[in-house]
Design a protein around this ligand. Structure first.
Ligand code: NAD
Ligand code: TYD
Length: 352
């Protein structure tokens, strides 16, 4: 290409939770790259997440919707991209149960729109690569034993995971049919700074601070594998630069927790932080009606990315949780902003 290390990278969903960590990492670590952050700024997108880097001269924010094909056609005709890192999505299982169609629109149609533009871009630019960021939820639910590997058959159970599975299939199909160079990664549950407080960990941190009930679904004996978000961003960086075209990489924390045990640990750390007597926050635990189609257990076998790309998590769960709690205490304004307005309506509908 004769451009040395210069690259134009389009990151979608960069104002969201994981996307904002990926954008920051790329803007700070790759001065030769220009990072375009494309985000529709839905309820989950928040430019406050990127305040510290918004003035960097290798960074441009573009407000736009990936379901709008005309908009994407213009964007791709006005810019030459060397890569797309695609994170934009509707991402919350509970919302997918009450409004599945919006998940089909963004996660399936939006991804296909991006793929169509990417096929054209790849024809002009032989170095082009499409990176699809996906979830372990596409594999469905595990019993008490076993792990998801890259060859586990897809068996999604929620409208969210079905829409992500569909988008994964489209990516692979575009590789086979149109020769699009792509990589996919499927990651376990993330946690950390900037996590929107509708997901388990930030919701419960916020509720503990405000002495509100902690709504544990069912009996709480559901298991998730948790990964600190900055470790996911580091894995995405590695896969984007060193992953092999056409391959999938599973990313996980080697860190399984039953929800109820995780909540108890969180309560303990929060009691310490808030100077409450030990056990005080646990009294807020309230077992509530289960989520329909609730997947029993997710667990990732991350051997491939570990062996082939040398990636492993850098913090333990206890360290990551401490860092996360610290961030929420230092960013009370962020929390206040995202929990005002529409959030109150969502909360009422979901939990009352
Ligand atoms: P998020 O909900 O925090 O952020 C999604 C972002 O996408 C938001 O900024 C939102 O404004 C943007 N967006 C939504 N619809 C859009 C549209 N139509 N056009 C343009 N932008 C749009 O999600 P997240 O938790 O950061 O997840 C990011 C990606 O990683 C998703 O693809 C998700 O499936 C995947 N993932 C998430 C997790 C997790 O634990 N959160 C785990 C594995 C994979
Ligand atoms: P969540 O953070 O929504 O992630 P996912 O559904 O993608 O795994 O939920 C994590 C686990 O916590 C899941 O088993 C559902 C459970 N959960 C509750 O028990 N109560 C809640 O209020 C929420 C949001 C989740």
């Amino acid at each position: 290409m004769g451009k040395g290390n210069q690259k134009n990278i389009l990151i979608t969903g960069g104002a969201g939770f994981i996307g904002s960590h990926v954008v920051r990492r790329f803007v700070e670590n790759y001065q030769d790259y220009h990072i375009f952050n494309l985000d529709a700024l839905t309820y989950a997108g928040n430019l406050e997440n990127l305040k510290d880097i918004e003035d960097h001269n290798n960074y441009t924010f573009i407000k736009g919707d990936i379901t709008n094909d005309d908009f994407l056609t213009n964007l791709f005709s006005e810019n030459e991209f060397d890569g797309v890192i695609h994170l934009a999505a509707e991402s919350h299982v509970d919302r997918s149960i009450s409004d599945p169609l919006s998940f089909v629109k963004t996660n399936v149609l939006g991804t296909v729109n991006l793929l169509n533009q990417s096929v054209k871009m790849a024809k002009k630019n032989p170095d082009f690569r499409f990176y699809h960021v996906s979830t372990d939820e596409v594999y469905g639910a595990l019993g008490d034993t076993g792990f998801f590997t890259e060859s586990t058959p897809y068996s999604p159970n929620s409208p969210y995971s079905a829409s992500k599975a569909s988008s994964d299939h489209f990516v692979r199909a575009y590789g086979e049919t149109y020769g699009l160079p792509f990589v996919v990664s499927n990651c376990s549950n993330n946690y950390g700074p900037n996590h929107f407080p509708e997901k388990l960990i930030p919701l419960f941190i916020n509720n503990i601070i405000n002495n509100k009930p902690l709504p544990v679904y069912g009996d709480g004996n559901y298991t998730r594998d948790w990964l600190y978000v900055k470790d996911h961003a580091r894995a995405i960086d590695l896969v984007f630069h060193e992953g092999i075209n056409g391959e999938t990489y599973n990313i996980g924390g080697f860190n399984e927790w039953k929800n109820i045990d995780l909540v108890r640990l969180l309560c303990k750390l929060m009691d310490k932080k808030l100077g409450r007597k030990e056990g005080a926050s646990e009294e807020l635990i309230a077992f509530v009606k289960d989520r329909p189609g609730h997947d029993l257990r997710y667990a990732i076998d991350a051997t491939k990315i570990n062996k082939e790309l040398g990636w492993s998590p850098s913090v333990t769960f206890e360290q990551g949780l401490e860092l996360t709690i610290e961030w929420y205490f230092e960013n009370k304004e962020w929390l206040e902003h995202v929990t005002s307005g529409d959030y109150k309506e969502y909360y009422k509908k979901q939990y009352q």
